[in-house]
Design a protein around this ligand. Structure first.
Ligand code: 6GU
Length: 247
């Protein structure tokens, strides 16, 4: 998968050299390319922002540099179109479902903004040519979209074939479509069997796969009820069995 990021802070993306994503890049599974937006601002100060029409606080990113930067990228591979992802707190929620959709794309283009966002004509312009998603990573406001891009690339990158050591770990994720949809994962344990007087639940030592699976599902239901009660309502009653209802 090819991933392009246009930003006034390309250095913000240094963490993409580390760990799982860094390995995926070394192994050629992920091709991340960083671009400096200011390379497409041509006044002496390399200005990328201006005051908002209609007044109000803050600054808005000018359309010109974005248009030039994105056109240059599109021209690199005229046979393919990237899916363009515009991080903004006003966007649709980023979910595991969206991460899986992005993981199936050959090319993603992220346009993280600073200030009060990008002149809206940029999404209007590319929306006629590309699939453009305005995406938010949660109900809080960040100072810029860079961290949101790191979050999305980590969530997408770990889903690419060959990135996770154990492909099952993505299947059992909280929120993964299927058995875990809208369910949080329960607690996990490793050795030693007793630590500071706390014991590992007996069932996990039993070697009884059926009882372990039942226990894990019960714990997932309990944790979801406690931490995210609104998710519990989304679990279709048809996917709840008689034992689930007793939890
Ligand atoms: Cl994608 N950007 C910014 N600036 N703030 C956010 C966000 C994105 N998602 C949640 N808050």
């Amino acid at each position: 998968m090819r991933v392009d990021i246009v930003s006034i802070f390309p250095e913000y993306f240094a963490p993409l050299e580390v760990s799982l994503i860094g390995k995926a890049r070394e192994r050629g599974i992920l091709d991340v390319r960083l671009h400096q937006l200011r390379d497409h601002a041509h006044d002496v100060h390399r200005t990328v922002d201006d005051t908002p029409y209609g007044g109000g606080p803050g600054m808005v990113m000018k359309p010109g540099p974005w248009g030039e930067a994105i056109d240059a990228l599109l021209a690199e591979d005229p046979a393919t179109l990237p899916r363009m992802i515009v991080p903004t707190p006003s966007g649709v929620p980023f979910t595991q479902r969206l991460a899986m959709e992005y993981a199936a794309e050959p090319w993603l283009l992220f346009t993280p903004a600073r200030y009060e966002g990008i002149d809206s004509r940029v999404t209007a312009e590319y929306g006629t040519r590309l699939r453009v998603d305005e995406v938010s990573i949660g109900d809080y406001v960040l100072a810029g979209g860079e961290v949101a891009v790191l979050v999305m690339i980590e969530a997408v990158g770990r889903l690419l074939p060959g990135v996770l050591g154990n492909a099952r770990s993505a299947v059992d994720d909280s929120f993964a479509p299927g058995a875990m949809e809208n369910l949080l994962e329960g607690p996990v344990y490793t050795k030693p069997p007793e630590w500071r007087g706390h014991e590992v639940p007996e069932v996990l030592l039993s070697g009884h796969h059926g009882r372990v699976a039942r226990w894990r599902r019960d714990e997932a239901l309990r944790r979801t009820a406690r931490n995210r009660p609104e998710l519990l309502a989304l679990i279709g009653t048809e996917s709840l069995d008689r034992r689930d209802r007793e939890v």
